[in-house]
Design a protein around this ligand. Structure first.
Ligand code: BJW
Length: 234
């Protein structure tokens, strides 16, 4: 662990770029997910009210891809799991990703601030459960018994991301903040670097290209996450 001391308190933010080399498409840019879907049609509460079947289909397709046997964590996910083991109690991974590749690589101290593809939430009782691969009008909540009230457990635009108090608490105490594979388009995640800077942390961006908030970082490295992250961690 050359860049880090055993006394560091580390917060990592990850985005779609860390899962790109595992075969999950990013959101923006060439071949991004939004190429085929207008964002307002699938990732807002209004879209779900207007056309729940379209939104469920969009997430069912992504859920099925995530469950396919050939999808696996890559070297970047694995390097972050090793980093966590080297810094017990001093490490928090905040991911904007809704896939489960960090967990499959071995990460445990993780917050999914934008929710999780493999979970559903009941609109009637708020119970969060495991999502079936074909969520829809027939789906049944095991807690309140209502049918057809399960939505993807995903944070859409205009909704409040999850566990924000825990995230800001960790950011305000960290000595190292690294942002990996995110374009810096979406807030509040794009503003975390400013919170870490205010806490006096060293801030580093590891991304294929400069993000929208690149100038807020003390250090920046460009390249694929599967190479940059293991090299930074080891
Ligand atoms: C690689 C690579 C490789 C590729 N190696 N790198 C004006 C100012 C500030 C805020 C707002 C504003 N107007 C509106 C807002 C709020 C809004 C917002 O940010 N809008 C912007 C568009 C301006 N935000 C919200 O509504 C959020 N809620 C909120 O603000 O609540 C208020 C509140 C906050 C805090 C406390 C209290 C109250 C909610 C945002 C929800 C975002 N949801 C989505 C979709 C749902 C999930 C899903 O369907 O999967 O989450 S949007 C989408 O973008 C998804 C992602 O998590 C998120 C970020 O995308 P990400 O990960 O950065 O992906 P890309 O594709 O953009 O970038 C990938 C990067 O990787 C690129 O840079 C590539 O170069 C790179 N890359 N291959 C390394 N191999």
């Amino acid at each position: 662990m050359s860049v880090l001391s055993p006394h560091d308190r580390v917060v990592i933010l990850t985005g779609a770029g860390i899962s790109a080399e595992s075969g999950i498409r990013t959101f923006r840019g060439d071949d991004g997910l939004w190429e085929n879907h207008r964002l307002e049609d699938v990732a807002t509460p209004e879209a779900f009210q207007r056309d729940p079947a379209l939104v469920q289909r969009f997430y069912n397709a992504r859920r099925q891809q995530l469950l396919s046997p050939e999808l696996a964590p890559n070297a970047a996910h694995q390097a972050l799991a090793r980093l966590e083991r080297a810094l017990p109690g001093r490490f928090l991974l905040v991911t904007q990703n809704v896939d489960n590749l960090h967990e499959r690589a071995g990460s445990e101290a993780i917050i999914h601030m934008h929710g999780e593809l493999l979970k559903a939430r009941c609109l009637h009782c708020q119970h969060v459960s495991k999502a079936s691969a074909d969520l829809g009008p027939h789906s049944h909540c095991s807690a309140c018994d209502q049918r057809g009230r399960l939505r993807p457990h995903i944070v859409w635009f205009g909704e409040v991301p999850l566990q924000m108090d825990d995230i800001y608490q960790a950011l305000s105490q960290c000595t190292m903040f690294a942002s990996i594979g995110t374009s810096g388009n979406v807030y509040p995640a794009a503003g975390f670097v400013e919170v870490a800077n205010a806490a006096g942390a060293h801030t580093i961006e590891l991304n294929l290209e400069a993000s929208r908030v690149r100038t807020a970082f003390a250090e920046h490295r460009e390249g694929p996450a599967s190479q940059l992250v293991p090299a930074w961690v080891e």
